[in-house]
Ligand binder design. Sequence first.
Ligand SMILES: Nc1ncnc2c1ncn2[C@@H]1O[C@H](COP(=O)(O)OP(=O)(O)OP(=O)(O)O)[C@@H](O)[C@H]1O
Ligand SMILES: [Mg+2]
Length: 290
Amino acid sequence: MTSKTLKDAGKPVAEDSFAAQLLKGDGGGSETKGQTCLRVVDVSKVFPASGSASEPITALEPTSFDVPEGSITVLLGPSGCGKSTMLRMVAGLTEPTSGFIELEGKRVEGPGADRGMVFQSYTSFPWLTVRQNVEYGLRIGGVDRRMRRSEAEEFLHLVGLTEFADVYPSQLSGGMRQRVALARAMAPGPKILLLDEPYGALDYETRWKMQDLLLEIVDKTGLTALMVTHDIEEALYLADKVAIFKPHPGRLAEVVYPDVGRDEHEGKETLIVSEAFIHWQKHLLAGLRH
Ligand SMILES: Nc1ncnc2c1ncn2[C@@H]1O[C@H](COP(=O)(O)OP(=O)(O)OP(=O)(O)O)[C@@H](O)[C@H]1O
Ligand SMILES: [Mg+2]
């Protein structure tokens, strides 16, 4: 995939808007790629014994990895290996039992607008229109009405929802609702997107389109993404870096940089049957099994 310019990205945008900064040049990430966006250092999580659990639950043993700027890093693993727990700690929704997390050198100590979350369940507000949903985070952040409007327009354009700005999420298909969630997460200008099985509830075809959209967005904007999935094909299609987790107790088993040669293929249909892709598929499968 080649980096795109602002011209390719669509209409011109206000010079000082966040969207303008993001879409400026040939994919902001290409220049900064390689620098560390997020650092996870010796982070563990133990849930104390409670009514239903007589013993404390080690959701994650001490885990360290980093997320390079402008990349897609995937946390891959079966159910119960602590993927969501890890993402929730990065989001600041739950505290690590030990260790620490840094985003661009700053300790994570709670939720913040510098991280945009997308979950599997559709998280848009049903009583707000698509546009109002995308504007929501900007409104909370004190962005004035005119700027909110123009920022929301840009992000709706980026996810292909311009024509649906004034409808309610309930009138949209699952894939389109996830587009809203993506635009909403991006609008406040996060440093990183955190995605927890965002396409888990979608059919194969829609999921594919959404995967392509995420690749396109990261390519155009240079945004950094940390995504959770249990799907090997999805991990390989999207990731620059894959952290393989194992359960009982949850732990990081291996970190790989699968070079499947995405740029050498026109699309997913030829990539997923290529030798390199199948090689990595076997590697990840073995990593999950042993
Ligand atoms: N709030 C909580 N209280 C107690 N235990 C929890 C809590 N949240 C998660 N756990 C436990 O921590 C472990 C890891 O859970 P987590 O949801 O992070 O796994 P996961 O890899 O995201 O799984 P899945 O693929 O099913 O979403 C599980 O054993 C789970 O039961
Ligand atoms: Mg989970």
